[in-house]
Design a binder for this molecule. Structure first.
Ligand code: ADP
Ligand code: MG
Length: 697
């Protein structure tokens, strides 16, 4: 068997490939352009394109595509072949610098939130040279940003790159205050843990709800779920193992550093984690990972469910976004150091994050809001919709002592003076350290646990990067002009802790008491997507994004439109699917079953048995009642769907979806689950939860 190191990254036009295939000076020039984030000139692009094409063809590629991430959160590609006709009816394989650096995409069907009039439907894609080109399915994929001709971002990569730049610029100012002159840029690093379900293809194909919506819209609780906890980190089944093995290999070829794979809490649930990388790369890699997971599952006759809550009553799936910031000299700024200066720098960055998360808690909540994630947040296994930071009790105590200027420590209690004394060693808290906290400090990084499993991690990272950039800017503005740096920093840290400590919470986030306390602390608790999203356009949020050049007010408006609209569409599709299932399958099936019960009842009556056939008589009554209620409710749902169309205003429509349509769908669900429990197995038209969750043997 081939060793992993021999094929790792073999399908990526990475640094090694570039070094090998590009003339020395071209390679150097390209590296400089990438580092300085400048535009590639056409001469250089032509040479790079040629080398890239030769490499791609040798590795089996026949086509190329500009691979981009429209605002829908998925990836898009338009394949073009390398062939170019020459005389004599022959073709040659061609790929020019122009084709490498810029493409035109007729993106009129991608949502633009009004940023691009349909008569000017074209957008253009531009190579993001910081992310390597790769080969997927015989196609050379060039990671690109997608913009309108007016220069508006129509994708998630553009604002992400902008946010990284903003963060780097401000972090650099702070780092320089500590004399780190050798640092040229600061990058955010991300490791995204991905949760997912695997189910057998045969059960998937029998559930229209899974096919159309990615989640089950009903399903009675199975006799056994996750209560025994026997799946978590359990032995991996051979079929799943074969899937993971192939997935690992394919991801490794693409230079994606998947590291751990294990079973998760719910039956059929698993998790995959890569080794962290730069925020932009991690985002691209996570998109590719999701795509490959789905594709490879199919090859193994399984389906990979990425929905945040495919099944009620068992855990949903998230995507833990581990985030830290590091210098290009390799220093993780969230690592408490060994010297007083390193500690002071760490504390300053920690405070910037505390301030950022507190001031922009609404934006963080918004960044992960989706119709799917609404079913997961606040459920028993997921963090609540309230944002708070977990520091661990030791660090919290240290912050408190700093704020109040009181001694910290066991025997020889000591007053801490920032920049003079080293921080007391604090424990990396491992007891329940992050299970219930949405934003947990885990020693040298923060783990944001709220992102949903199906979403791109671009949005949360755009938000974290920008909010932290803003806090760092304020700090740098103050400290660069300080007469007495250490003294000013000490004051700044104390003030920040005092103003923003309300966001720190080390208790149990699943506890009802926390919801009350959070309210008393004035923290936001936006339970649903529309409740959260309406704050996207709050003045302070528009100011944040436009001040740092991440989103213009126009672009943010477009975001709002697109996301609200997406929410409405998802719920509408779910409601239509539910109606289809009820009308075409469930009502007829229940009628069939009732008929069988009536036949049986009558047959028994005819034999003149001395006792009443209770099973039949009581069930006929109960089921007929429920069927009538179901009939009524589904007619109401149909009527609501007709009304919904008439709401022109997108905000009103979203609230209508949430307050009326979803509520009614839930009522229908309760009825369906009760009916399923008593209907004969062979008559009920859909695989049950038990059959689905335990379908992979
Ligand atoms: P834990 O199990 O404590 O959550 P892991 O070491 O398993 O931690 O890491 C989980 C994820 O966090 C992995 O993707 C890992 O690469 C990533 N990670 C580790 N260190 C950092 C860091 N400094 N910055 C960002 N991500 C990190
Ligand atoms: Mg983790």
């Amino acid at each position: 068997m081939e060793s992993v190191s021999s094929y790792f990254g073999s399908m990526v036009f990475n640094d090694t490939a570039m070094r090998r295939r590009l003339p020395h000076d071209t390679y150097d020039q390209l590296q400089r352009t990438i580092k300085e984030k400048r535009h590639l000139d056409i001469g250089l692009a032509n040479i790079v394109a040629h080398a890239m094409k030769e490499w791609a063809i040798e590795n089996g590629a026949t086509h190329f595509t500009h691979w981009f991430q429209p605002m829908t959160g998925i990836t898009a590609e338009k394949h073009e072949s390398f062939i170019s006709p020459v005389s004599g009816g022959k073709v040659i394989m061609e790929f020019s610098g122009k084709e490498l650096i810029r493409g035109e995409a007729d993106g009129s069907s991608f949502p633009s939130g009004g940023l691009r009039a349909t008569f000017e439907a074209r957008g253009y894609t531009a190579w993001d040279a910081t992310s390597y080109a790769f080969i997927k399915d015989g196609t050379l994929c060039i990671p690109t940003a997608f913009c309108s001709f007016g220069g508006h971002a129509l994708d998630k990569k553009t604002p992400l790159l902008r946010s990284m730049q903003a963060l780097s610029k401000q972090a650099l100012r702070v780092v320089k205050l500590f004399g780190n002159e050798d640092v040229h840029y600061v990058d955010s690093s991300v490791g995204a843990e991905q949760e997912y379900f695997l189910i057998d293809k045969s059960v998937f194909e029998k559930r229209k709800d899974l096919i159309y919506t990615g989640r089950t819209l009903f399903g009675a609780k199975p006799p056994k779920g996750q209560e025994l906890g026997d799946h978590y980190f359990g032995t991996i089944k051979p079929r799943v193992f074969a899937f993971m093995k192939e997935l690992d290999e394919e991801l490794w070829k693409l230079g994606i550093t998947v590291k751990t794979e294990h079973n998760e809490v719910a039956p059929g649930q698993h998790e995959l984690a890569p080794i962290y990388s730069s925020c932009n790369i991690a985002t691209d890699h996570n998109q590719i990972t999701m795509e490959l997971m789905q594709k490879i599952a199919k090859k193994h006759d399984m389906v990979c469910l990425l929905h945040e809550k495919p099944f009620a009553g068992v855990n949903g799936s998230g995507k833990h976004n581990n985030w830290s910031i590091a210098t290009d000299t390799g220093v993780n700024l969230l690592n408490p150091g060994e010297t007083p200066a390193e500690n002071a720098q760490f504390l300053l960055f920690l405070c910037a994050i505390i301030k950022a998360v507190d001031e922009y808690q609404d934006l963080l909540r918004i960044s992960i809001a989706s119709a799917g994630n609404d079913h997961r947040l606040g459920a028993s296994e997921a963090p609540p919709a309230i944002i708070s930071i977990f520091t661990g009790t030791d660090l919290e105590e240290i912050l408190k002592c700093l704020e109040l200027d009181i001694p910290y420590g066991g025997k020889e209690k000591e007053l801490m003076k920032i920049g003079v004394h080293t921080l007391p060693r604090f424990q990396r808290d491992t007891t329940d350290r992050n299970r219930t906290s949405p934003f947990a400090f885990t020693g040298n990084k923060f783990e944001f646990r709220m992102p949903g499993s199906s979403a791109s991690i671009a949005d949360p990272n755009i938000t974290i990067n920008t909010a932290v950039a803003s806090a760092l800017k304020e700090f740098a503005d103050i400290l660069e002009n300080a007469a007495d740096f250490e003294n000013e920093m000490h004051k700044l840290i104390r003030r920040t802790i005092s103003e923003h400590k309300r966001i720190i919470f080390n208790g149990n986030g699943y506890d009802d008491a926390w919801t009350k306390e959070a309210e008393a602390r004035g923290l936001c608790n936006y339970k649903t997507t529309p409740d959260a999203l309406v704050h996207l356009l709050d003045e302070k949020n528009i100011r944040l994004f436009s001040d740092f050049g991440v989103y213009s007010a126009e672009e943010l408006n477009a975001q709002y439109e697109i996301r609200m609209e997406n929410y409405c569409k998802v719920i509408r599709i779910e409601a239509l699917t539910l109606l289809n299932m009820v009308n075409k399958d469930i009502l007829p099936a229940v009628s069939t079953f009732l008929q069988q019960l009536c036949d049986s009842y009558q047959a028994q009556k005819a034999t003149a048995l001395p006792v009443e056939p209770l099973y039949e008589s009581s069930l006929i009554k109960d089921l007929t009642n429920k069927r009538n209620q179901l009939f009524e409710r589904k007619n109401q749902l149909q009527a609501l769907l007709n009304t919904d169309q008439t709401y022109y205003d997108i905000t009103q429509r979203a609230f209508f979806c949430k307050d009326r349509i979803l509520v009614l769908m839930n009522e229908i669900r309760v009825l369906l689950d009760e009916m399923e429990e008593v209907t004969r197995t062979d008559v009920w038209p859909y695989p049950t939860y038990g059959a689905i969750l335990f379908s992979v043997k």
